[in-house]
Design a protein around this ligand. Structure first.
Ligand code: SF4
Ligand code: SF4
Length: 357
């Protein structure tokens, strides 16, 4: 195939499949942002090829637009509407020989998803698990609090549902639920779809304890700004919602702010707010450790003489900590010195200055 005979318009992961399958044998127009679509670029590209394809997953969005531009294009006649594409799928649909899969001599070790080393959500989930709370979670990077060994999320429904579900539990079960149930929701999700439910809690005065995990960014989808960060999507200064003031304005009298790296503080405030006979909000505030502005500390080390191998630190699920020859060890390439492990080790085996010090 000459490079001007066949043209493929594609974007995103589909572009990677196209390049792996076709290499430089076809002309490729990779669309970076699919709205608004670049009409002139598409028409120029189409004028230089004899046969035009669109390779895109799911709905024929680019394809339909090309047809509206009057182009003759093949897309969903050849490729499926459902499921993810792959190199093999393109090879079979374009009638090309399938390349054999590469095999590895050893099995790849399983790597379950975990919160990052130094993640500010880890501390609060550790405390929630320790206090055996019923935790109604929400959608965000903090949903990983449900994964072992933290296993600190019992229910997760959909965006914004944690707060309203907690209200429902507490109304239905009364004290039995109020004194041990919390909802956890990130700052971004809270302003997206959690605020309305908190207003209902305040209005109906259910003794619910809502935890807003404020990591100053939208973590799960790649660090987008949100109305609580003070910046717009381009990084320019923007309006900033004051979460404490917002909760109070809604009618929540008990609003506490804790540092999730401070386990003792988290535990004390949680116990107090769970016993309260009125609605309360605990804002767990500490920026995502992956933000450029966050100053991390040097990795901690474990004093093997002091470590008794109790594995208490392993309950944090920090990917930097493992047990070697019966003693804890810290991966210095991963550890950011958050200090949470140092705080919980009863024999003081972790050494080094932490982000808290
Ligand atoms: S470092 Fe501390 S908490 Fe971890 S295994 Fe050793 S003694 Fe236990
Ligand atoms: S200080 Fe401890 S908990 Fe924090 S990243 Fe390092 S090993 Fe993990």
């Amino acid at each position: 195939m000459g490079s001007t005979d066949i043209g493929i318009i594609t974007s995103s992961t589909s572009y990677q499949y196209v390049k792996e399958v076709f290499g430089d044998k076809v002309s490729v127009l990779k669309i970076g942002i699919i709205w608004p679509l670049p009409d002139k670029l598409i028409l120029d590209f189409a004028s230089k090829v004899k046969k035009l394809y669109v390779v895109e997953e799911l709905d024929p969005f680019i394809e339909n637009h090309c047809k509206e531009l009057g182009l003759s294009v093949t897309g969903k006649d050849l490729l499926p509407l459902c499921d993810e594409f792959s190199q093999s799928l393109l090879e079979s649909r374009f009638d090309l020989p399938e390349k054999p899969f590469r095999t590895f001599p050893e099995a790849v070790p399983p790597r379950p998803p975990v919160l990052c080393s130094g993640c500010p959500h880890r501390g609060i989930f550790y405390v929630l698990q320790k206090l055996k709370c019923t935790v109604i979670g929400d959608i965000g990077c903090y949903t990983l609090g449900s994964a072992a060994p933290l296993s600190a999320m019992d229910i997760n429904i959909c965006m914004g549902a944690s707060v309203s579900a907690e209200h429902g539990f507490n109304v239905a079960l009364g004290k039995e639920s109020q004194n041990r149930t919390v909802s956890v929701i990130g700052d971004s999700t809270f302003v997206h779809s959690g605020m309305t439910s908190l207003a209902d809690i305040a209005y109906n005065q259910s003794a619910s304890t809502v935890l807003i995990l404020d990591n100053s960014i939208t973590g799960m989808t790649g660090h987008q700004q949100n109305p609580t960060t003070g910046y717009n999507i381009k990084g320019d200064p923007a309006g900033k919602i004051d979460l404490e003031a917002l909760c109070r304005a809604m009618g929540i009298n008990r609003v506490e702010v804790v540092d999730p790296y401070n386990l003792a503080q988290c535990e004390q405030v949680l116990k107090e707010e769970l016993q309260a006979d009125e609605p309360s909000v605990i804002i767990c505030r500490r920026p995502c450790v992956l933000l450029k502005a966050v100053r991390t500390a040097a990795p901690l080390t474990v004093d093997r003489e002091k470590c008794v191998g109790c594995k208490a630190c392993m309950k944090l699920g920090c990917p930097s900590i493992s047990i070697r020859d019966g003693k804890a060890t810290v991966d210095e390439t991963l550890c950011v010195g958050c200090g949470v492990c140092k705080e919980l080790c009863r024999v003081g085996a972790f050494t080094g200055k932490t982000m808290m010090e």
